[in-house]
Design a protein around this ligand. Structure first.
Ligand code: ZN
Length: 625
């Protein structure tokens, strides 16, 4: 019922199927009050809402609403034909106390036809540890008891655990074993009210680590666009917003970078239809009800524009840039980036191998992006030096050898010192070495990241010399071997290009495009990201040389005939995979006996391939092995 269509950072564009329609995630569900509405849900839908959320607790406790909901269904009750999620009243229990039967409210949500119903979890914030632990245990018990009652409704089982990251992780892991369909992260509203974005980041990361990747994650109560880019980059798929209405009630306008009071505005800094057709003065002079509706419309416009921007950032591969830009809006968001930077090893597993757009530096957090962490890791683990001496030179433009073609002829390992640290000359075209933009001078913390990597590389390098003689002639061969090693792992360059490789270069750019060995097309070097696309002949060479599980995606026998014909691999037919594979890595598709079936490009990492039962795991390039 959920699948990944596109991805960037740990964020994903997904398709979530419900009984009343399919939702494209990430998205925001505006909160609709079942009793009275300033903005009718049809208007909300026109502004961009694909689904809405309403409170089953309020419906349940109001006899008139309860009767109608049971007779006509929740969709008719609130006047929204699309997907409707219901909340259970956990927040109301926390705020105002009271009694509610946790199983009765789940059955009630099912009976009124909710598409996504929520368990009555126990909201633990500001609780001491012992109490938080008790409340997690209670939440888990309710989740287990609720699952058999869900019927056709998708069941949302909430992750609790207060501000204790280890409790959040434990709760998430336990919920993974419950027959749930999606997972809200609960109890974060008070944290967001205090702008504790660092804590929020740690909580999301802990929950995501424990939850199975194929279930959508909903950040409960996060309705301000300010947190959307960060939360999506960490893997949140759904949000809900009561804020659009609450802020409107309060005379406040949401903006992507914060909130402003209408009373303090001389001009409206927004291009939405409301702000285009009215002046600040006109909005102030409206009747209260009319003004609330106008401000609510504006707030929803801003909310959905930001979501569209985020989805475009995912498609275009610039989500981290957006997160870093938005973090400049508030010092607490900068603190959150400091937490993100400590999570880069975890985030790296989800990060695509390359992007269609250059990596843009925005400040001191950019060098901590998971992609740069991976570049450094892969060079340290996979790059093999060619000569017995090393020369260090300073970058003077990219690609390195265009300005200094003589470097390619030196009989030494040439390491080029630039913003990313020391990069082996052969990797000059590889993403993001060539495809990144940095300022002339780098800030201190970024330099330290680059220097720390450089020191580790130098420790492995043959002795550094002051100069080197120049008569090496095989730079192209070294280049394809080095890129193959760093892309596919140690030994790959040797395996792919042994014998006498023949290189076909682009007549326009002079760059290597295709590599043939024994007259067979082994691989193509992509102009955009300087990485290889594997051909079947190349796959056969890697398969023969590299032992399992390296680069392997293992197919269920039922799928073998289809993938042999060139059909792509769907996640439900993946039996196992190399844990080192990342989204957009090239892969060897094999049967259970390790017979090569096809070559292709991953869309998911191993954990995702094993968890998802919908969507593509590997895009097959060439079958018939
Ligand atoms: Zn506006």
């Amino acid at each position: 019922m959920f699948e990944i269509r596109e991805r960037d950072a740990a964020g994903r564009i997904g398709r979530l199927e419900t009984a009343h329609g399919t939702i494209t995630t990430p998205t925001v569900l505006p909160v609709v009050n079942p009793g009275h509405q300033d903005l009718p849900p049809v208007d909300i839908a026109r502004l961009g809402a694909q689904a809405v959320i309403t409170n089953s607790y309020i419906i349940h406790r109001t006899p008139r609403l309860r009767r109608r909901a049971l007779e006509e269904g929740v969709h008719r009750l609130i006047g929204f034909p699309g997907p409707v999620m219901t909340d259970s009243g956990s927040f109301q229990m926390y705020e105002y106390g009271g009694r509610l039967d946790p199983l009765e409210i789940v059955a009630f949500q099912r009976d009124i036809g909710s598409d996504m119903g929520t368990i009555l979890d126990v909201f633990s914030l500001d609780a001491d540890r012992a109490r938080a632990e008790r409340e997690v245990a209670q939440t888990l018990e309710r989740a287990r008891d609720s699952a058999p009652l869900k019927g056709d409704m998708l069941l949302a089982c909430t992750v609790q655990g207060g501000t204790y990251a280890d409790l959040r992780l434990r709760c998430a892991r336990e919920l993974a074993g419950v027959e749930a369909d999606l997972h809200p992260i609960g109890g974060v509203v008070p944290i967001m009210e205090q702008q504790g974005y660092g804590d929020l980041t740690a909580i999301i990361a802990a929950a995501k680590k424990g939850l199975p990747p194929h279930r959508p994650v909903h950040l409960f109560g996060a309705g301000h666009p300010l947190v959307f880019p960060l939360a999506v980059a960490l893997g949140c798929d759904l949000f809900d917003s009561a804020a659009y209405a609450k802020y409107a009630q309060d005379g406040r306008l949401m903006l992507p970078e914060g909130t402003v009071r209408l009373a303090e505005l001389e001009e409206l800094p927004c291009a939405c239809p409301v702000c285009s057709l009215h002046t600040a003065g006109e909005l102030r002079e409206m009747e209260p009800g009319e003004r609330r509706a106008a401000l609510a419309r504006h707030n929803l416009h801003v909310t959905f524009v930001e979501m569209r921007r985020i989805r475009e950032a995912i498609r275009g591969g610039w989500l981290w840039e957006l997160v870093e830009q938005r973090a400049r809006s508030h010092p607490r968001l900068l603190e959150a980036l400091a937490v993100v930077q400590r999570k880069k090893r975890w985030l790296e597993q989800y990060e695509p191998v390359s992007k269609t757009r250059a990596l843009l530096y925005t400040g001191r957090f950019s060098l901590h992006r998971p992609l740069i962490h991976r570049l450094h890791r892969r060079i340290l683990d996979r790059y093999a030096f060619f000569f017995d001496r090393t020369l260090v030179v300073d970058e003077e433009g990219k690609p390195f050898t265009r300005r200094h073609p003589e470097w390619a002829r030196l009989r030494a390992n040439v390491l080029v010192r630039g913003p990313l640290g020391l990069i082996p000359l052969e990797l000059e075209d590889m993403y993001p070495v060539a495809q990144s933009v940095f300022p002339e001078t780098l800030d201190g913390p970024s330099r330290r990241v680059a220097d720390s990597f450089s020191r580790r590389l130098l420790r492995r390098a043959p002795p550094v010399v002051g100069e080197a003689p120049g008569d090496a002639k095989d730079f192209d061969l070294r280049k394809i071997r080095a890129v193959a090693d760093v892309q596919f792992g140690p030994g790959a360059g040797e395996a792919l290009f042994s014998g006498e490789p023949e290189m076909v270069k682009s007549s326009a750019t002079g760059k290597i495009r295709n590599v043939y060995c024994d007259r067979r097309h082994v691989a193509s070097l992509r102009a955009g990201d300087g990485l290889f696309t594997l051909k079947l002949a190349g796959g056969q060479r890697l398969h023969a040389a590299l032992p399992p599980p390296r680069l392997r995606v293992v197919l269920h026998p039922d799928a073998v005939p289809f993938v042999t014909e060139g059909k792509s691999v769907f996640a439900k037919f993946v039996v196992d995979a190399d844990p080192q594979l990342r989204p957009y890595d090239e892969a060897l598709i094999v049967d259970r006996q390790d017979g090569l079936v096809a070559v292709g490009q991953c869309r998911l990492n191993r954990q995702e391939m094993l968890a998802f039962d919908r969507g593509m795991a590997v895009k097959t390039r060439e079958g018939g092995a």
